[in-house]
Design a protein around this ligand. Structure first.
Ligand SMILES: Cc1ncc(COP(=O)(O)O)c(C=O)c1O
Length: 397
């Protein structure tokens, strides 16, 4: 096996440098731990950038993929695929509002499908504009990027897709003011993830539902990060009992295997007719079997409840840390979606944690973000928090 340094050299020569990478090559993962090429072990509070919600290499997902890969790797969507049908049923039943699914491979693709569906739905009424939120993140393809309300990601790539208006997250009046008779949809993350783990104010999602209904616009929830059990419910919108017309999913959908999708109200979904949209690998047998195994794992192992308990423990532990650490401005927790707002830049803290064997993320410059696995044990939680405490204690304002 190559050393980390040898792999880094390959990257320097042959891989486009569009990512900032840590100087470590990871080679193995199990549960909440990963190992590098030198055999060093790290405790992972940010497994798979939100994709490894069940931890690394969850056993049922591994088995399902192994079995499927030996049976049938890929067939296109010109054929019926049993696993895709079963996955669509499983998702639809868990939404509780009877949606129908389209499958793709990533979050950005799911958002693209939702944008197309919103436009197709609005077309007969000459509606094409979409309202999305400042600080949102919807992906890097040109449509999803245009939906993303963060100018820093747009620089150099303009002109963007026409028709997007950005308003502050949490501000219903701003949405009402931005609505006009060309608006076809409101697009929002129920909890902003990359934007800093921002929770919606009371009544916000209900208010968006009303505004969408009053103005014949669709309500699209981007649940790429919040979906599949991340917030302690299958989907974050269930926390506030607000139903979307369209929901996007990806990240944790298939236990770490690439898979994205949308779930849409049937009378809206029917606008995606043959020829309007497609994805060659979308809904392939491997991804769908992995997703079915992920859903089975969450239910068989009671992981929605466990996620709520993990969130509660983080909240308690971080609150007591806050009492001693004036750098911590705010703690925002919903299930295993955790943000710690600091008064200083967080990058150095992430790097210090890495040196001590703990993997965390920093977003928006000052928000430490953890998206731990639902399988994280209490001991692992305590161990990681102790490292964080040690690191933060060295940074006094
Ligand atoms: C809410 C949300 N939507 C969309 C995306 C884009 O997903 P992907 O990177 O799989 O394209 C992300 C990625 O972080 C996300 O958090």
């Amino acid at each position: 096996m190559l050393s980390s340094q040898q792999t880094i050299e390959l990257f320097q020569r042959y891989v486009i440098g569009n990512y900032t990478r840590y100087p470590v090559c990871l080679v193995r993962g199990q549960g909440s731990y990963v190992w590098d090429a030198e055999g060093n072990r790290y405790l992972d509070f940010f497994p798979g950038w939100g994709c490894a919600l069940l931890g690394h290499c969850p056993p049922r997902v591994v088995k399902a993929v192994q079995e499927q890969v030996a049976q049938l790797i890929h067939v296109p969507n010109t054929w019926y695929i049993e696993a895709q049908g079963l996955l669509a049923q499983a998702l639809s039943e868990r939404t509780g509002w009877g949606g129908q699914c389209f499958f793709c491979n990533s979050g950005a693709e799911a958002v693209e499908a939702a944008i197309k569906l919103a436009r197709l739905n609005g077309k007969p009424h000459r509606r094409y504009k979409i309202i999305s939120m400042l600080n949102s993140f919807h992906g890097r393809t040109m449509g999803a990027l245009s939906a993303t309300g963060q100018p820093k990601y747009h620089h150099g790539l303009e002109p963007l897709l026409a028709g997007f208006t950005y308003v502050p997250f949490g501000d219903l009046e701003a949405v009402a003011n931005a609505m006009d008779d060309e608006t076809c949809a409101i697009l929002v993350e129920p909890i902003q993830g990359e934007g800093g783990v921002n929770l919606p104010p009371d009544g916000y999602l209900q208010g968006l539902r009303q505004l969408a209904d009053q103005n014949q616009a669709l309500l699209i929830f981007d649940e790429v990060q919040t979906g599949m059990g991340r917030t302690g419910r299958w989907f974050a919108h269930q926390l506030w009992s607000v139903k979307p017309d369209v929901m996007t999913l990806a990240k944790a959908l298939a236990g770490g295997i690439a898979c994205g999708g949308i779930v849409a109200r049937p009378d809206v979904a029917e606008k995606l007719k043959p020829g309007t949209h497609a994805a060659t690998f979308g809904g392939n047998p491997i991804a769908c079997r992995a997703a079915l195994a992920a859903i089975e794992t969450i239910e068989a192992d009671g992981l929605l409840e466990r996620g709520r308990a993990i969130g509660q423990r983080f909240q308690e532990r971080l609150e007591s840390l806050r009492a001693q650490c004036p750098l911590i401005q705010q703690i925002r927790v919903q299930g295993t979606m955790i943000g710690v707002e600091l008064s200083i830049e967080g990058t150095a803290i992430v790097n210090e944690c890495l040196k001590r064997g703990l993997l965390i993320n920093c977003t928006q410059g000052t928000v430490l973000r953890f998206l731990p696995a639902l399988t994280l044990t209490d001991e692992e939680l305590a161990q990681g928090c102790a490292i964080l405490e040690e690191v933060l204690s060295t940074y006094q304002p």
